[in-house]
Design a protein. Sequence first.
Length: 411
Amino acid sequence: MAALSPSGEPVSSRWLTIVGIGEDGRPGLSPAAAAALDAAEIVYGGRRHLDLAAPLTAETRIWPSPISDAYPGILARRGRPTCLLATGDPFHYGIGAEIARLVPADEIAAFPQPSAFSLACARLGWPLAEIGLVTLHGRALERIVPHLRPGARLLVLAWDGGTASALAGLLTARGFGTSVVTVLEAMGGPRERIRRARAEGFDLGDIAALNTLAIEVSGEAEGLPLAPGLDDELFENDGQLTKAEIRALTLSALKPQPGQHLWDIGGGAGSVSIEWMLRGPSLRATAIEARPERAERIRRNALSLGVPDLAVVLGRAPAALDGLVLPDAIFVGGGVSEPGLIDLASEALKPGGRFVANAVTLEGEAALLAAYAARGGSLRRVSVARAGAVGGLQGWRTAMPVTQWAWTKPR
């Protein structure tokens, strides 16, 4: 049966066109893209996009802020020729991916152009497949932190003309002041300009709002390692911290997969949820913490370690879990003996999800033994000893043993 528009009429195939436009404007469009643009009844775009596409005979609408406010109007036009203008490749950090979640792909005709990343690689002679790609447009500057390590080459979509200077300051503050920052402005058009400077003492000014940054990372700092179990010293904490060795085992037991969402219950310093998010850019986490000072500490740690999107909920579980986005995985690092917590959290966990809980107290261990007896899974006890000074000599100092329960919810 044919799909119907809001008015009940059959939907015209490919009624929605998404046209990528570059700084060369209408002359740079393919004949098919130009024809789709001219056939539209309404064209949505930013002011710059609409100016680049001129002359236009269709009605034009400037993107609102937030841009999602335009989506209901676009969907209401289903079946009528409608065009969305975007910069370069609409499906690379662009409007295309958002719209494709709302409109079936077989109703969209897309005409992409080279992305800013492709253009930058063409200018610099860099292999795109080997470069770290980051967007800071509308996002926290600290998102770049996980990518910083000597020898790395990064391409960064800037927010505005001030991003380069701010990023240079961050690089310098973190020990990467010798990094070379290349600013590529308005690529592909008559105003294109390429300039470079070291992060330390960065002095480039009058940078166009539309710019892409290329970073050749160098400096004295090491950057964050790829393996789980970051040094404890990287986390501001008051002693409520899952230590590095136990944290590495915990991440292994949680088995993170792309796109999954973790509940970190009893967040403490936020170390497990932060490391969960560091495993991949599509991973998300919510840390639930009852103490306000610890919740603020989690936020600071997340920002410092480059995962500013970590959600922090102030409240005591299980009551604080009500209304949260359902998780693909759950970690309980504190409060596991709270009555009803394991049962309620288990109910919220998606089928096939992983539940991992650690305990160091007898009460917590009893709760895990009961969960193991009732649900199965696996149970292990881990003890870690570290060498330390004993008078003028060295000896082993053993940390409190940790009991860990891991369980996969049946599908």
